[in-house]
Design a protein around this ligand. Structure first.
Ligand code: LMR
Length: 337
């Protein structure tokens, strides 16, 4: 039995055991398994824990939320399968991981330099496009509940990455997004899709030369211990869609669902409020460790990155949708005014 099937079987057995253990007449709580791949001490980890706290409080214990962090239960691809099968009820995958589900439009968030700043991003996630994208998950048996921020990405490797040419020939780990694949190809690197939990050992053993991630992820997964340089390029962003199994969510009792929606709205505000600080602190901690050197691009270098990455937009328009890109740019621009 492989790990995935074993975990599914264990889930089913656990449910049976819980039912058997209940005294006659007692109402069993509705259990939500919320699986994610990052450390508890990250914007997403803290957001999930906040949702647990509020959901249990607002439903007076009728709902129990079990949070499984750090790929404890499932890795990236498996957790999406587990959600669709109903083995877990909630996830918050990175927006760069929805392509394999057939929801390619989410990869618009991965386009290099498409997000001007957090205010612009918020206009998109809170606006018509954000809503439309979440709505498209319905057809996949998934309900899109909210967007949670992580932050802007750092490029890391064991050599300094200042110019686009510096990427040439480097094996770079990516999330499962075709846009990210195109991004690294445009830089002359060799992209390699890999589950988040496998990145540290791959860096340590040289299976990959580098990657891109947020400070909070680099810090909590200790990537900074096995990467000598990080470039503060702000070329891209990692954020999440909080999602639930549709059958489960739609089937919630009428007096429970509004409480969970309230808990989600408040957990979302909390997660998005702390994300910047969490990333700032992680960056400061990595700087203080002395194990990694951070590079800030000059204006000229940044222009060279922009120029090298510009073709990715046109190249990916067929996949992500020309209209989606145009709408994104329009709404994001509104945010900076
Ligand atoms: C990654 O795989 O690098 C990230 O998506 C992990 C995460 O969930 O932040």
């Amino acid at each position: 039995m492989n790990k995935f099937v074993a975990a599914l079987a264990a889930t089913a057995l656990g449910a049976v055991a819980a039912a058997v253990a209940l005294p006659a007449g007692a109402q069993s709580p509705i259990v939500i398994k919320f699986s994610h791949v990052v450390a508890p001490d990250t914007p997403k980890g803290k957001g999930a824990d906040k949702f647990k706290e509020l959901a249990e409080k607002y439903t007076s214990g009728r709902v129990k939320v079990d949070v499984y962090p750090n790929s404890q239960l499932y890795k990236d691809k498996e957790e999406l399968e587990a959600l669709q099968l109903g083995a877990v009820q909630m996830l918050a995958p990175s927006l760069a991981k929805f392509g394999p589900l057939g929801a390619k439009e989410f990869e618009v968030f991965d386009l290099p330099f498409i997000i001007p700043d957090k205010a612009g991003l918020r206009k998109v996630t809170d606006g018509p496009l954000g809503k439309k994208l979440l709505g498209r998950l319905d057809a996949k048996g998934i309900v899109g509940l909210a967007y949670w921020d992580n932050g802007f990405k750092i490029m890391s490797a064991n050599k300094p990455l200042r110019q686009p040419e510096d990427f040439r020939g480097l094996k770079m780990r990516i999330q499962s997004s075709k846009v990210l694949e195109a991004q690294f190809r445009a830089l002359g690197a060799i992209p390699q899709v890999m589950a988040f939990s496998e990145v540290y050992p791959a860096m340590q053993t040289g299976v990959v030369d580098g990657s891109e991630n947020t400070p909070s992820n680099m810090y909590t997964q200790k990537h900074y211990e096995v990467q000598k340089y990080g470039t503060l390029s702000d070329h891209g962003y990692i954020g999440y869609a909080v999602i639930a199994n549709k059958k489960f969510w739609d089937g919630l009792p009428a007096d429970v669902k509004p409480q969970l929606e309230k808990a989600m709205a408040e957990a979302t505000a909390y997660a998005n409020e702390i994300s910047q600080k969490e990333n700032d602190e992680a960056l400061a901690a990595m700087k203080a460790s002395g194990k990694i050197e951070f590079i800030t691009l000059t204006g000229e270098q940044k222009d060279a990155w922009r120029k090298a990455l510009e073709p990715v937009l046109a190249e990916m328009a067929g996949r992500v949708g020309k209209d989606v890109i145009a709408e994104f740019q329009k709404e994001a621009k509104g945010g900076t005014q």
